[in-house]
Design a protein. Structure first.
Length: 170
């Protein structure tokens, strides 16, 4: 399976590399890092002062040529009534988005300073989680599973980077 990683906007190169490595390791994918593209103006929502996650998935799937496509961005994203999300994917779809914006924050909303390892661990978990959705995996009740719903960075930090035995693909 080929997965294309599409940087959208100004994205940390290490985050793109880390996301790619995680996808290769966990899904045995052939990962292609595409050239970066700008964040589309029409993705910005004046009301929330954030970017619409669905529109960024559209960017990833229009640029990427893989069976699965990951848009990775550093902008803050939201989805419908959720005031923010770390990522979003369409179940069994071709595309997903992962935002690193809030993955760089502490549990109390401060800035994660000088802790690249925690930041990269979070990137790995979120990209494995979102691509898992594109492969048909739903949220898991096992809070340690990478497929568990984790709306806070503390919950992201607490879970493993891999799907549990009930969620494994393939």
């Amino acid at each position: 399976m080929r997965i294309d990683v599409v940087p959208v906007g100004d994205v940390d190169d290490d985050a793109v590399d880390t996301a790619s490595e995680a996808l290769e390791e966990h899904y045995g994918a052939d990962v292609v890092q595409m050239s970066g593209v700008p964040v589309p103006d029409d993705a910005y929502d004046d009301r929330t002062q954030q970017y619409n996650a669905e529109k960024l998935i559209d960017v990833g799937t229009s640029v990427g040529r893989g069976e699965k496509n990951v848009a990775i961005t550093s902008v803050d994203v939201f989805y419908r009534q959720r005031n923010f999300v770390f990522g979003l994917a369409y179940l069994d779809g071709r595309g997903c988005v992962v935002s690193t914006h809030r993955l760089q924050m502490t549990a109390d909303g401060g800035r994660l300073e000088d802790d690249r390892r925690t930041f990269m661990d979070r990137v790995r978990k979120e990209v494995v989680h979102e691509v898992g959705h594109t492969l048909g995996l739903r949220h898991c009740d096992n809070e340690m599973c990478v497929m568990s719903f984790s709306p806070t960075v503390s919950e992201v930090d607490a879970k493993y980077e891999r799907p549990c035995s009930d969620c494994r693909c393939g």
